[in-house]
Ligand binder design. Structure first.
Ligand SMILES: CC(C)(COP(=O)(O)OP(=O)(O)OC[C@H]1O[C@@H](n2cnc3c(N)ncnc32)[C@H](O)[C@@H]1OP(=O)(O)O)[C@@H](O)C(=O)NCCC(=O)NCCS
Length: 212
């Protein structure tokens, strides 16, 4: 298996959605937000939403492709949060009508509040929005390649990198020099999932060296 890091094009959007939606599908937040799971209708909704924001300023979509099969096995969405981005009110996103809107709002609100509390709105930083490996292809190095793309940029720019880690992502991020700076719990029982989701805001200062 030969893995290759590529920039995504709009034509890759369905694959991008396919990878990240399947990677997160079993997690408690997704079970709360999407009681019906990843239906074809929901996947189509995500594709349309991603296409609308495909050319958003300072956003980069990357994929790791298996050169032997051309299959996408990992994807990432990176952004550079600068003064313009941090002081622009985000356009309200359409909510999936068959999803649990309260759960979605509680989750995205928690994540956004944590990021602004940690990073503020004054300084520029790199931000990992999405990192996902296709189920069945974990531990082959895709996550590492996608993470390195952004942390290399941050090192070159001399900037911090921010991300909000799921419990499974944390070990990878720690290997790359990220530290937990804030933790938050979201009780999902009001949304029909009797679990508490634990998320960690992690920050990595710029470095001269990267793990290989
Ligand atoms: C987290 C995730 C992106 C990791 O992707 P990956 O392609 O498996 O990562 P890599 O193969 O590059 O792993 C690199 C290193 O990270 C660590 N790592 C990755 N997954 C791990 C896990 N489940 N448990 C412990 N360590 C892990 C290991 O040190 C690994 O190196 P090793 O395999 O040589 O021991 C993937 O598990 C995933 O998509 N999970 C579901 C979605 C998610 O939680 N995304 C993170 C959002 S913040």
């Amino acid at each position: 298996m030969t893995l290759k890091l590529v920039d995504m094009t709009e034509a890759d959007t369905a694959e991008f959605v396919n990878v990240f939606s399947s990677a997160f599908a079993g997690g408690p937040v997704n079970r709360a937000m999407l009681p019906l799971g990843n239906t074809p209708e929901y996947l189509d909704f995500l594709v349309q939403r991603e296409l609308k924001t495909f050319h958003k300023r300072n956003h980069w979509r990357l994929a790791v492709v298996d050169s032997d099969t051309s299959e996408f096995i990992g994807v990432a969405l990176w952004s550079l949060e600068d003064e313009v981005a941090l002081n622009t009110t985000p356009e309200p996103r359409n909510l999936y009508p068959k999803g649990n809107a309260e759960a979605k709002t509680a989750f995205t609100g928690m994540i956004r509040t944590a990021r602004h509390a940690v990073m503020g709105k004054e300084r520029t930083y790199w931000h990992l929005n999405i990192l996902a490996t296709r189920p069945g292809h974990e531990r082959k190095g895709a996550g590492r390649m996608l993470l390195k793309w952004g942390t290399d940029k941050a090192d070159k720019d001399g900037l911090d990198t921010f991300l909000d880690a799921t419990p499974v992502g944390r070990t990878l991020y720690e290997k790359f020099g990220f530290s937990v700076v804030r933790e938050q719990d979201l009780d999902l029982s009001p949304y029909g999932v009797p679990e508490v989701y634990h998320s960690a805001s992690m920050v990595r200062p710029p470095q001269g060296q990267q793990p290989t």
